[in-house]
Design a protein around this ligand. Structure first.
Ligand code: BES
Ligand code: ZN
Length: 639
């Protein structure tokens, strides 16, 4: 398939989180030449040359180009290459380049051009640099890997971290194709989020991404990793000691999700769908890097129970990676639509009751988040105003996911017919594929697609105005009906009631057999128990003894809830489980709630927090480290 042009056919969008002068330019292609080497103590070196093939779309006025970069990115030279085939020095004409402060999370690279470019002019820039200790490039020592033998490096771009990996227009409003050559030391393998992967001589890996993507989706891993096939277009990647478990967990299941996704949302355009199991400190459950999703090793639960994360990342293949939020203030377009798509696929594969149960655990997370921040918090709007200087990553929370899911469900409810709404989603993807858009584009398209709804004025029904959904904080005005999940939820609710009683009715409790419950039923049960906690004295201790399936669980979603219950009930005898869990992995969504709970608790839990953090801090992603510091009053970034 020919790469479609990634030119926005509507007015350019201003992204306050980018220092770049992307507006008048299109980036036709980015090529990276990278050399990665490891130093003894875990850190390493990444030397790079970026070649940007630019076209001036509109005369910009000045003779300057600004790129996003980072103080950790040391630029040694910028040069303008002569037009292909024309006269001129092949090394290019050196250009004056200067790095200036922009925000806490990046800097502006000012490059002086020989003259102001004309509309239609093509420019090829070369930038030589070295990426130092920036937040986008993570270096792990052998001890921080699963195999403990060799060091490892990975990059994480979303939201604004890739500007410390390579200089670019680091804004989701700009899409471009990329290619890369990566030279790595003997005994290491490189993989990237790219359409093709090829190993050449000298341990050099060559990549090509043939579809236009935003900068945040470029990702690289260099480590001791191997792969195994799990489907006709899918393989898993992991360290050798995890590859068997990885293959077992997902062998033969991925293809069905892709097929259902294609049936619902249109062609899967990315070629392969591979999954890379990351080291335990990876800060996310999953990251939808195109062609190659990165996931936490916590997903290796042994029973496929956490597969919803994979379905979520697959869903980004249409929502996020194909149709992309133009700015991070519109993040709900990526995540809200993806939650909806995830639950559509889940409904087709696992049925409505199970999917409603999973959605109910999502709703519980939104409830917890809004209770903690207050419903009126400005981050509890779908469209977030990201002021200059505010790091978009600091605005991360449940609202774009679960309130976004409610809004998309509300749109489906207005349509009233699932197959018509599915057809709309497919048309929406087709209309905006390879583009970056805002909610206005989405909603305008919705009303055009359903003229009878537009006629009825569905965008301004009192209490449910589209404008209110987008711009007013608070609990969603419409909640999708999750009652088809009642058959799974009710037993869990009833059991939680029993455990919350002052005097325990052991006969009734023993009559409930939780051994056959699915993981999400247990999760739902534990969320109910947590909500009712602290329970009357002694109850949690008995619960722990009665259900080793829960209190000794290896499943990360169960461990998180159990640790939260232990802390809320001051069950000192099991504080070590909190510590062990935080030592075993570094996912942000597990780490921060536990530190918040410890810090909000007793003297003893505060001491536990300090002790655990001082032991685990070096293995946490630097962003997560900073958020924990903020929680513990140690002067980190905004959380
Ligand atoms: N794209 C996100 C992860 C992300 C968001 C990284 C913002 C950096 C900044 C990914 O798709 C995601 O949402 N992951 C979830 C999965 C869950 C909702 C099933 C996670 O990591 O928990
Ligand atoms: Zn997501």
């Amino acid at each position: 398939m020919a790469a479609p042009a990634a030119v926005r056919d509507r007015a350019p969008v201003r992204d306050a989180a980018s220092a770049s002068s992307a507006g008048p330019w299109s980036l036709r292609h980015l090529h990276l030449e990278l050399r990665v080497s490891f130093a003894a103590a875990g850190a390493g070196r990444l030397r790079g040359r970026a070649r940007l093939e630019l076209r001036c779309e509109r005369g910009a006025g000045g003779a300057e180009l600004r790129l996003d970069a980072h103080p950790a990115l040391a630029v040694s030279r910028a040069a303008l290459l002569p037009p292909p085939g024309g006269p001129g020095d092949a090394a290019g004409q050196a250009l004056p380049v200067e790095s200036r402060p922009f925000a806490s999370y990046g800097s502006a690279l000012h490059i002086a051009l020989p003259q102001a470019p004309r509309a239609g002019q093509l420019l090829t820039l070369l930038i030589d640099y070295e990426a130092g200790e920036g937040p986008g490039v993570c270096w792990l020592s052998p001890e921080q890997t699963a195999g403990k033998q060799k060091p490892y490096m990975y990059t994480q771009g979303q939201a604004v971290l890739n500007r410390s990996f390579f200089p670019c227009f680091d804004t989701p409003s700009v899409k471009f194709t990329y290619s890369a050559t990566v030279k790595v030391p003997e005994g290491f393998t490189a993989v990237m989020s790219a359409t093709s992967w090829e190993k050449q001589k000298d341990n050099t890996f060559v990549f090509k991404m043939s579809q236009p993507i935003p900068s945040y989706l470029i990702a690289l891993v260099v480590g001791d990793i191997v792969s195994a096939d799990v489907g006709p277009r899918s393989r898993v990647w992991a360290e050798p000691c995890l590859i068997e478990a990885a293959k077992k967990e997902y062998d033969g299941v991925i293809e069905e999700f892709l097929v259902v996704g294609e049936k619902l949302f249109g062609p899967y355009v990315w070629g392969r769908y591979d999954i890379l199991f990351m080291p335990p400190s990876f800060p996310f459950g999953g990251m939808e890097n195109p062609c190659l999703t990165f996931v936490t090793p916590c997903l290796l639960a042994g029973d496929r129970s956490l597969v919803d994360v994979i379905i979520h990342e697959i869903s980004h293949s249409w929502f996020g990676n194909l149709v992309t939020n133009a700015t991070w203030g519109e993040f709900w377009l990526n995540e809200g639509f993806t939650m909806y798509a995830q639950r559509r696929i889940s409904t087709e594969v696992y049925g409505l009751p199970y999917t409603c149960l999973e959605a109910a655990t999502g709703r519980a997370l939104l409830r917890q988040h809004m209770d903690a921040t207050g419903e009126d918090h400005p981050l509890n709007k779908l469209r977030v105003v990201i002021e200059p200087g505010v790091n978009p990553d600091d605005t991360y929370n449940e609202t774009p996911y679960e309130k976004g899911y409610c809004f998309v469900s509300y749109l489906a409810h207005l349509v009233g017919d699932q197959s018509k709404f599915d057809a709309f989603l497919q048309a929406y993807v087709n209309r905006f594929k390879f583009q970056s858009i805002t909610a206005d584009d989405t909603l305008e398209f919705f009303l055009e697609y359903f003229p009878e709804l537009k006629e009825k004025g569905v965008d301004s029904i009192p209490g449910f105005e589209f404008d209110r959904w987008l711009n007013t904080p608070g609990w969603p005005p419409y909640l999708p009906d999750l009652s088809p999940g009642q058959q799974l939820m009710r037993p869990a609710e009833e059991l939680a009631e029993l455990w919350a009683a002052d005097s325990l009715n052991m006969e009734a409790i023993e009559a409930v057999d939780i051994m056959g419950w699915r993981t999400y039923q247990l999760v739902y049960f534990l969320d109910q128990v947590l909500q009712k906690s602290p329970l009357p004295e002694g109850n949690v201790k008995r619960l722990s003894k009665m259900y080793p399936k829960i209190s000794k669980a290896q499943n990360a979603e169960l461990r998180l809830r159990w640790c939260q219950i232990v802390l809320k009930n001051n069950l000192e005898a099991e504080y070590s489980k909190v510590k062990d869990f935080l030592h075993s992995q570094g996912k942000q969504k597990y780490t921060l709630p536990l530190y918040r709970a410890m810090w909000g608790g007793s003297e003893a839990t505060r001491a536990l927090a300090m002790e655990t953090f001082s032991a685990t801090a070096p293995q946490l992603h630097v962003n997560v480290q900073n958020y924990v510091k903020k929680i513990l009053g140690l002067g980190g970034a905004e959380a």
